[in-house]
Design a protein around this ligand. Structure first.
Ligand code: 13P
Length: 336
């Protein structure tokens, strides 16, 4: 078993998943503004440190994705944040793309940037304690999107990024996110997500990426958030498994879903059914941002000194996600 494969398994095994706390300062400012908290480096750290020192980190969180600001910060007790995370048993990770920009000649689509100087930045992050990384490609669905060029160029960037990350002895999270924005059907999402993931693996293979040392972070197969034809949770799980069985090579050790704008309970319930019905060899788990943090952020914003209360809410969410990753979640446990 390679070292990278071992890291990936350590992050994803035993019902553990990933806490995606890598919102850029721009995104975090929007999140904090929505709950009337001023976005300062101190407030961003206070909320995140509150989560990272919660009790259920130990059993439920195998990896935390950080943003550049946070990986360089010290906790209130003076410890580097990656050390605080490692002490809980989780592996520190880092978002290394520099964001999605307008794709030239297809202005409604995006291409993710950040390859220039990446090798040097990766070395610095390794020294700070990171052992895995994240890069997100983003695709929208409409009649003509994602275009061939968006599918190809993002897959190519994800592959170049992954090769560099493995060269630096870290595990790349490969995140091709097909957005749920729009009125498209689940069938459309299935078709287009399958094309996107298949192309990503074509490029990863072209670039000689070791597939046993990556984690795939895809969207679930859902109908668009403006679609009138919502599908059931059972159908979400069936379509998602179908898509992944056809498009992901067997060597990949695990798949950690993004929540993508689903509510906390939706994202948990869908993961639970995916895990229950999982007839593949892939570990299926979570790499949630909003679906792990939303309620905790809301509670914290009312009283940013109430660390204990905020942690209770995060602990519950992390526990529910972990049960879902094992296919053992239920509405009764959720509402207990
Ligand atoms: P959400 O779970 O909020 O979609 O965030 C996951 C993530 O890391 C997006 O890049």
């Amino acid at each position: 078993m390679s070292e990278l494969n071992q890291i990936a398994l350590k992050i994803l095994s035993d019902g553990k998943g990933i806490l995606a706390a890598d919102e850029s300062n721009g995104t975090m400012t929007k999140r904090l503004k929505s709950v009337n908290v001023v976005s300062t480096p101190e407030n961003r750290l206070l909320f995140r440190e509150t989560l990272f020192s919660s009790e259920n980190m130990k059993d439920c969180i195998g990896g935390v994705i950080l943003y550049d600001e946070t990986i360089n910060q010290l906790s209130s007790s003076g410890k580097p944040i990656p050390v605080l995370i490692a002490e809980s048993g989780a592996i520190p990770g880092i978002k290394v793309d520099t964001g999605a920009k307008v794709l030239a000649n297809s202005p409604e689509e995006k291409i993710t940037e950040g390859l220039d100087g990446l090798r040097e930045r990766l070395k610095k992050y390794y020294e700070l304690g990171a052992r895995f990384t994240k890069w997100r490609g983003v695709y929208s669905i409409s009649k003509e999107h994602p275009s061939k060029v968006a599918i190809y160029s993002n897959a190519h960037s994800l592959a170049r990024y992954s090769a560099l990350v493995q060269e630096c002895n870290m595990v790349p999270i490969v995140e091709p996110e097909v957005l749920m924005d729009g009125d498209h059907s689940a069938e459309d999402c299935l078709k287009k997500t399958s094309l996107v993931i298949t192309k990503c693996f074509d490029e990863l293979i072209q670039h000689n990426v070791d597939l046993t040392g990556i984690i795939l972070k895809p969207n679930m197969i859902l109908s668009g958030n403006k679609s009138k034809n919502k599908i059931s949770n059972e159908e979400v799980s069936f379509n998602t498994l179908n898509c992944l069985k056809k498009s992901v090579p067997k060597e990949v050790p695990g798949i950690a879903f993004l929540s993508g704008g689903q509510t906390e309970v939706e994202a948990t319930e869908n993961l639970n059914l995916i895990s229950k019905n999982n007839d593949t060899n892939f570990i299926m788990t979570y790499s949630y941002g909003r679906a792990l943090q939303q309620s905790a952020l809301k509670f914290w914003s009312d009283d940013i000194k109430n660390i204990r209360g905020t942690q209770d809410i995060f602990n519950h969410r992390a526990k529910m996600c972990s049960l879902a990753a094992k296919g053992k979640w239920s509405k009764e446990l959720e509402n207990k």
